[in-house]
Design a protein around this ligand. Structure first.
Ligand SMILES: Cc1cc2nc3c(=O)[nH]c(=O)nc-3n(C[C@H](O)[C@H](O)[C@H](O)COP(=O)(O)OP(=O)(O)OC[C@H]3O[C@@H](n4cnc5c(N)ncnc54)[C@H](O)[C@@H]3O)c2cc1C
Length: 463
């Protein structure tokens, strides 16, 4: 079918490695120590800005997330509770607890309140419309158009409310293009690479045809590309759009579409970003391919670097289909992969900060410290725009607040919507609290320390 799934040759890999050997600034071990001490993330005072209710809620929610039986079955438990309590009762149960912990609100005024509070703490919101679909859940064209309107509304809110400088938002392609088509495209690209220009022409409204797809699929693909084009046009020069990575059986299609958007909209700035999941064994080569493609096709590259959120499902599926596991064997291997890719990106950024950007999207303290030290060594500006950090709303606030205090650009991924709309997201958050290994345990300890400090203070005042 088409041409840009590039497998870089060995000389190309070597040139990338050599590029990484550009002389770093000498940073003394004393400077590294000072930086590491500032980013020790052990200071419970980060939580002084929170009210009693918020502290207790966070502790309660994290405690619940520590019971494997609850977490492993939380999808089923939530749907049973919803049936027993009804929509209203279920909402009453969830709204002050799990929902309030991880979701900003339902309407603009609720979201606005959360965002203003966040801005005061030096945190930048990155709004995320939590709409996504998996295989077998596909809905009609009308629903995808409605999703597009919701995304356009997200662009407007992110831009017009001036909650932070340099606003960002997240976008899930499966909210605009059917997962079935993404899977089919993934299979087709594996057989024959695809020309990005074809997709760009389709975004421009040309009625191009895509070999391998039937008439109905081509029509849906063209509509999907037009939807993405509208969102990108509305956001360019205003809001940076970070496209999420999802499952391996559709990611190549999502990346292809994202690269086409980058080719069209990232000529002079990084407006469209792609996500790289470092738990995947192939993540490093995917990142190197993207770097190569961005040079060849002359677009700027924005990278959201994550470990990956779909580990259990990916592994189960690979086992069921008798394929090798696409995920690294251990957490340590995933860490090496994450830190290695981070290093590659920071080296590129230190040479061309106007063409490459990264959001270090992790709750892992070690990766955050590594990024900060490497930035110092390479002379990358803390708040220059080319490197920023990201965590999810309601998770690891001790990391986010410390980074903000130290002058780094830090975004919180902020989902919004009704209880029903955010339910799949909430289930994933609960499950993720099990895999985010040290971060949550540490946060729970710090929350307890802050509660004890307040109780002691109240007792002193009382005596
Ligand atoms: C701003 C933001 C945007 C995000 N966007 C996306 C996205 O688009 N797509 C996506 O998939 N995820 C996304 N995530 C979620 C992310 O992928 C991680 O699931 C989450 O952040 C936990 O990883 P960590 O680096 O924070 O934590 P850590 O505690 O350091 O690591 C936990 C992660 O390590 C990996 N891991 C754990 N155990 C093992 C093991 N035994 N073997 C191999 N690997 C293991 C898993 O990925 C697990 O989630 C996003 C996160 C943030 C903060």
């Amino acid at each position: 079918m088409m041409c840009s799934r590039l497998r870089p040759s060995l000389p190309h890999f070597l040139s990338l490695r050599l590029m990484g050997t550009a002389a770093p600034r000498m940073v003394s071990s004393k400077q590294t120590e000072v930086l590491s001490a500032a980013l020790a993330f052990e200071d419970p005072s980060a939580f002084r800005v929170k009210g009693w209710g918020e502290l207790l809620r966070a502790l309660g929610v994290f405690r619940l997330c520590s019971f494997p039986v609850l977490v492993n079955n939380c999808g089923t438990l939530m749907s049973i509770a919803r049936t027993l309590l009804g929509k209203k009762g279920f909402s009453l149960l969830l709204r002050p607890t799990v929902y309030a912990q991880f979701v900003a609100g339902e309407n603009e005024s609720e979201i606005s309140q959360s965002m203003q509070k966040m801005s005061l703490l030096g945190l930048r919101p990155m709004l995320a419309v939590p709409i996504e679909e998996d295989l077998g859940e596909s809905t009609g064209e009308k629903r995808y158009d409605d999703n597009m309107e919701a995304m356009l509304e997200c662009v407007r809110m992110s831009h017009s409310n001036a909650w932070s400088k340099d606003p960002m938002m997240q976008l899930k392609i499966t909210a605009l293009l059917s997962p079935e088509l993404c899977v089919k495209l993934t299979t087709l690209i594996a057989q024959q690479p695809c020309d990005l220009n074809l997709l760009v022409r389709a975004m421009d409204g040309e009625p191009v045809s895509f070999p391998g797809l039937d008439e109905k699929e081509v029509a849906h693909f063209l509509c999907g590309l037009q939807r993405l084009n509208k969102i990108a046009e509305a956001s360019v020069n205003k809001v940076r759009v970070l496209v999420d990575a999802e499952y391996t059986y559709m990611n190549p299609a999502l990346s292809l579409v994202t690269m086409a958007m980058m080719k069209k909209f990232n000529k002079d700035g990084v407006w469209i970003w792609n996500t790289y999941q470092c738990y995947l064994k192939e993540s490093r080569s995917l990142l190197l391919e993207a770097l190569h493609l961005s040079k060849k096709e002359e677009f700027c590259l924005g990278v959201k670097l994550v470990r990956g959120a779909y580990m259990d499902k990916e592994r189960k599926l690979a086992e069921k289909e008798g394929r090798p596991d696409p995920i690294h064997q251990s957490w340590e291997d995933t860490n090496d992969s994450y830190n290695g890719s981070l290093d590659v990106m920071l080296e590129y950024i230190s040479q061309k900060p106007e063409r490459y950007r990264i959001i270090v999207a992790t709750h892992n303290e070690e990766s955050v410290r590594k990024a900060a030290v490497r930035m110092e060594e390479l002379g990358v500006d803390k708040d220059g725009g080319s490197v920023c950090f990201g965590q999810l709303l309601g998770m690891c606030d001790h990391v986010s607040l410390t980074l903000a205090k130290e002058g780094y650009a830090i975004y919180k991924s902020v989902p919004y919507g009704s209880v029903d709309d955010t339910l799949p997201y909430l289930v994933r958050r609960a499950q993720e609290n099990r895999t985010v290994l040290q971060g949550i345990r540490k946060e729970r300890d710090l929350l307890r320390q802050e509660l004890r400090r307040r109780l002691r203070q109240s007792l002193k005042r009382g005596s």
